[in-house]
Write a protein that binds this ligand. Structure first.
Ligand SMILES: [Zn+2]
Length: 355
């Protein structure tokens, strides 16, 4: 599962954000980004290359925030960190912003290794358990008809069948219990209180951690400086409207968290410019919705609209994410009363502008 599309061309130009650190930490190293807050990186395959994770000085050891993709490369990187910059203290607890494998992958390994608790929102925990339970199953009929309705051909459906059920392979088994994070909670970690700020749309109940005293926001995938996070409709909830959730929750975060914070994102580098970045992300989706609505003057399938939403060629590896994100835009237009859908005799959905 990918976290989103790297922005290739920004239109209008991406706002100028400030990056206070010249370079990120190498594997096994850490950089202090705020008093008692360390920045580490865990390796990822693919175009994103790494994920940022954070270690916060806690009363009984390190509170770790996000854990990296499950697997030997990440385990090796954590071992190097525990023998290097994190040496001498145990892990007190493990926070996870959301259930994607690059964030939660090592959480079960770490909570067992240090006999500590996983702190996560309830929906992220349950959704992760639910998806992990699909591991090894055959692709369900609901999912195949969902992608057929989006316009996939037999070859694409076969590719999906062949790859289905891999989610759980990218993570260590989760613990059987957790400590719930809820929007608005204040959690004391060491010397400071961190507020839980929940967003939705990229994942169901994504927890950001904001420390007003330190003026720091750990934003996970909710606000990334150079990537537009993936917002997708999935076969489990075909009528979902995650794009409205996404736009609404970004606006809420802008209203709640001051612009002055240092943003610690899961990908790319820490930056200043939270409000401008949120405005640009929301604006990008609104402009995409407007282009989509204009395109729907003629009826289109989900697979016919990639050109107005993505400025890159969609190959078979990107097809699932592009389809999910196109459906998110189409469902959002329908929720706004600006598009309608009609299913043809082959089970394929056609969308056109209008009410
Ligand atoms: Zn994610």
């Amino acid at each position: 599962m990918r976290d989103g599309f790297e922005e290739v061309v920004a239109e209008p130009a991406r706002p100028k954000l400030t990056y206070p650190f010249e370079a990120g930490p190498r594997t096994g190293e850490a950089i202090d980004v705020a008093p008692g807050v360390k920045w580490l990186r865990m390796p990822l395959g693919g175009s994103l290359a790494f994920i940022n994770v954070w270690a916060i000085e806690d009363a009984g050891g390190w509170a770790i925030v996000d854990t990296g993709m499950g697997g030997p490369d990440t385990r090796q990187a954590w071992r190097a960190a525990f023998e290097g910059p994190l040496a001498g203290r145990t892990v007190s607890r493990v926070f996870v912003t959301h259930m994607h494998p690059d964030h939660i992958g090592m959480a079960g390994w770490m909570t067992r290794k240090f006999d500590c608790r996983l702190w996560i929102s309830r929906l992220e925990f349950l959704m992760c358990r639910s998806l992990a339970a699909d591991t090894g199953r055959e692709a369900p009929a609901d999912a195949l008809s969902f992608y057929r309705a989006a316009g996939w051909d037999e070859e694409a459906l076969e590719h999906y069948r062949a790859r289905f059920g891999g989610f759980g392979r990218a993570l260590h088994a989760l613990p059987d219990s957790f400590q719930r994070l809820s929007d608005g909670d204040g959690v004391r970690i060491g010397a400071h209180v961190w507020k839980v700020v929940v967003g939705s749309g990229h994942s169901p109940e994504h927890a950001c951690l904001w420390c007003p005293e330190l003026k720091v926001l750990i934003s996970g995938d909710q606000v990334l400086p150079k990537i537009s996070s993936n917002v997708s409709v999935f076969p489990t909830e075909p009528e979902g409207d995650p794009l409205t959730d996404w736009i609404t929750s970004l606006a809420r975060i802008k209203g709640q968290v001051p612009d002055e914070v240092l943003v610690l994102p899961a990908h790319n580098d820490p930056f200043f410019g939270l409000h401008a970045r949120i405005d640009h992300l929301i604006g990008g989706h609104e402009r995409g919705l407007a282009r989509l609505r204009a395109l729907l003057a003629e009826p289109k399938r989900a697979v016919d609209v990639f050109g107005v939403l993505f400025r890159r060629k969609i190959d078979e590896n990107l097809l699932g994410m592009a389809t999910g994100e196109s459906l998110a835009h189409l469902n959002c237009l329908m929720a706004r009363g600006q598009a309608v859908r009609h299913r043809d005799e082959n089970g394929v959905d056609w969308y056109r502008a209008g009410a």
